[in-house]
Design a protein around this ligand. Structure first.
Ligand code: DGL
Length: 282
């Protein structure tokens, strides 16, 4: 136990490099409306997808430390890139030193768990950031559970900038969406299920559907992450009792407040208030 960190119960922390994690937050709040949430977007340093392992680990650790300092006992990395590149190192190297009783969970494992009952052809595709694809986290997690599934991935480096810049519904987005879906399907003609392995991608869903054959199932991970968190809280009363329940949600960003609240309000369909924070080590 770390005496410097608040020991009283607090909100559940949700972290993403930018706005993408809001798609996960939305689903979590629908499934678990009673809890308090503290969302942190590292918008000033997004995107993470093209950054090195060392940098994503450093930035994610800073974010987790901030959320712990602000009272969270449980933090969800609502970012595949951070889950792929930083989760394991934080769990193994940092949590024992920071506070062994706090928890950090990711989004890749719950997504991998759901896939076995969805694919019939046992051939699936992953669309994600370059960092997530290069880390091989999806094939590794999926093969632990379902060794018979063939997994092919395709990095879509332009998709996060399209979402972060509010261009996801514009005509220019079509070129990049079509390009990466075609490239993925060329790699394996038997794919019957595609995982959107980046929390930003659900915003591109209308266009993704437009360029994907109708018989292919598209999996957005929010619902599965939310179900998995619900189950986790049931199985871990020692963590559950440290999560406060007043149904509130607060937002933090490392960028200018007005920039975040304008975009986030569109994603969430509601006006939100946000506070700018610095998370870099002083
Ligand atoms: N939304 C994040 C993910 O799920 C990261 C996007 C980025 O910052 O590149 O991978």
């Amino acid at each position: 136990m770390n005496k410097r960190l608040p020991q009283t119960p607090g909100p559940i922390g949700i972290f993403d490099s930018g706005y993408g994690g809001l798609t996960i937050l939305n689903q979590i709040r629908q499934h678990l409306p009673q809890y308090d949430y503290l969302y942190l977007g590292d918008n000033a340093r997004t995107p993470y997808g093209s950054r090195s392992f060392e940098i994503v680990y450093e930035f994610t650790l800073q974010a987790v430390s901030k959320l712990f300092e602000m009272g969270c006992h449980l933090v969800i990395l609502a970012c595949n890139t951070a889950s792929a590149k930083a989760l394991r190192s934080i769990q193994m190297n940092n949590l024992p030193v920071m506070d062994a009783e706090r928890r950090v969970l990711g989004v890749i494992r719950p997504t991998a768990e759901c896939i076995g009952s969805i694919t019939k052809s046992r051939h699936i595709g992953i669309l994600a950031t370059a960092g997530t694809i290069k880390s091989d986290s999806y094939p590794l997690e999926i093969h632990k559970l379902f060794p018979d599934i063939t997994v092919n991935g395709e990095a879509c480096p332009m998709w996060v900038p399209l979402v972060e810049n509010n261009e996801y519904a514009e005509n220019g987005a079509d070129y990049f969406v079509q390009k990466h879906i075609s490239k993925l399907l060329e790699k394996d003609k038997d794919i019957d299920t595609i995982i959107l392995g980046c929390t930003h991608y659900p915003l591109l869903l209308p266009k993704i559907k437009q360029y994907t054959p109708k018989e292919i199932t598209i999996v957005s991970q929010g619902e599965y992450v939310a179900e998995s968190l619900k189950d986790y809280l049931k199985r871990h009363p020692e963590i559950e009792t440290k999560c406060t329940k007043n149904a509130t949600c607060h937002f933090l960003t490392t960028e200018a407040e007005n920039k975040f609240s304008e975009s986030a309000s569109t994603f969430l369909n509601q006006i939100i208030k946000v506070e700018r924070v610095s998370i870099e080590n002083e």
